[in-house]
Design a protein around this ligand. Structure first.
Ligand SMILES: Nc1ncnc2c1ncn2[C@@H]1O[C@H](COP(=O)(O)OP(=O)(O)O)[C@@H](O)[C@H]1O
Ligand SMILES: [Mg+2]
Length: 316
């Protein structure tokens, strides 16, 4: 299929766009999106985080919910529907800009349905077209996708270069993969660079080989071929999850807060009982670091391999 210049330019602009996708809710998409983008930004990579959810838990996790800059998804809706340019909130953290989601995205599905009726599947490129002008300003664009919203997941699959699939070790999210895989294969016809970055086990208790084997087998049957399951996984810690959302702090920030919190004996001596941050935050932050490192390694290897490809492609 002849790929015209516009498509190539768009795909080039979005070549470091990672979407967290799984049809199931509660499998860690949002938590992974914020922590991955947050850690990359803390490591001096500039990042844009896009929240395509009406629940806007990204706002809670990063602590900007209902602040004056939180437009509940208005600008993102306007950018996707071609009414205005995308204008993310700058500097939510150093190096991290955010395009907020929220209830203003409610009409997006209805807009997509009308658009699909008129244009067919190319309507799914609306998010890609909104992101392409700003994406080159960033080292990475991370998209947090909503569950059980087929039209909105398609927007992500047509915009991202990379798909990262979180799944729970109890099987939740495994059956969601089949559905994502089907839509993934359709999206590839319009977004030729779309690739599976891998799957990651989220909120799991043990480093169990049998669980890893089961998830890997599911991935391979859904996507075919050699599908990567990251060896890094995010351990189960309800307390760290609660601390994060309560305080609007990411795992690596809780780790820093932890080091700065007064010793337990000091609180006892002063007769004060503060709300203490769980020491597990440091281990969870370490899990995100391991994952970010693996993600970067896979990306760099794929990019290096792609650099040696054009000659072969051109010869075809
Ligand atoms: N390390 C963790 N262990 C257990 N639960 C976690 C952990 N981190 C986050 N959670 C919780 O898991 C739930 C689902 O996470 P979330 O990222 O919102 O999933 P999704 O975006 O796929 O719906 C949330 O209630 C969140 O607080
Ligand atoms: Mg979510």
């Amino acid at each position: 299929m002849a790929r015209h210049a516009e498509q190539l330019a768009r795909e080039d602009a979005l070549s470091r766009t990672i979407a967290l996708v799984n049809d199931k809710g509660g499998v860690g998409k949002t938590t992974l999106a914020v922590n991955l983008a947050g850690q990359l930004a803390a490591a001096d990579f500039t990042c844009l985080l896009v929240d395509l959810n009406r629940q806007a838990n990204v706002a809670r996790d990063l602590g900007y919910r209902d602040t004056p800059s939180d437009d509940h998804g208005r600008n993102l809706f306007d950018a996707i529907t071609g009414r205005s340019a995308l204008m993310p909130i700058p500097g939510v953290r150093q190096g991290l800009d955010v395009a907020p989601g929220g209830t203003e995205l409610d009409d997006l599905v209805a807009w997509m349905v009308t658009r699909m009726g008129r244009e067919g599947p190319s309507a799914n490129l609306a998010l890609a077209n909104a992101l392409a002008p700003v994406a080159p300003n960033y080292d990475f664009v991370v998209i947090d996708s909503p569950p059980e919203a087929t039209f909105l997941v398609d927007l992500c699959l047509y915009a991202a270069h990379w798909i990262l699939i979180p799944t729970r070790s109890d099987g939740a999210g495994l059956d969601g993969m089949e559905n994502v895989a089907k839509r993934f294969n359709v999206a590839k016809q319009y977004n030729s660079g779309l690739s599976l970055l891998g799957a990651v086990l989220f909120g799991t208790g043990v480093r169990s080989t049998s669980i890893h084997d089961e998830v890997r087998a599911q991935l391979e049957s859904a996507f075919g071929g050699d599908s990567p399951l990251f060896s890094a996984f995010i351990r189960f810690s309800e307390k760290t999850a609660q601390d994060g959302r309560r305080l609007g702090r990411l795992a690596h920030e809780l780790e820093e807060d932890l080091a700065a919190q007064p010793a337990w004996w000091q609180e006892l001596r002063d007769g004060k009982r503060g709300s203490r941050i769980s020491s597990t935050a440091a281990s969870v932050a370490g899990d995100y670091r391991d994952l970010a490192l693996e993600v970067l390694t896979v990306l760099r290897e794929a990019e290096e391999a792609a650099e040696t490809m054009p000659a072969a492609e051109g010869a075809q």
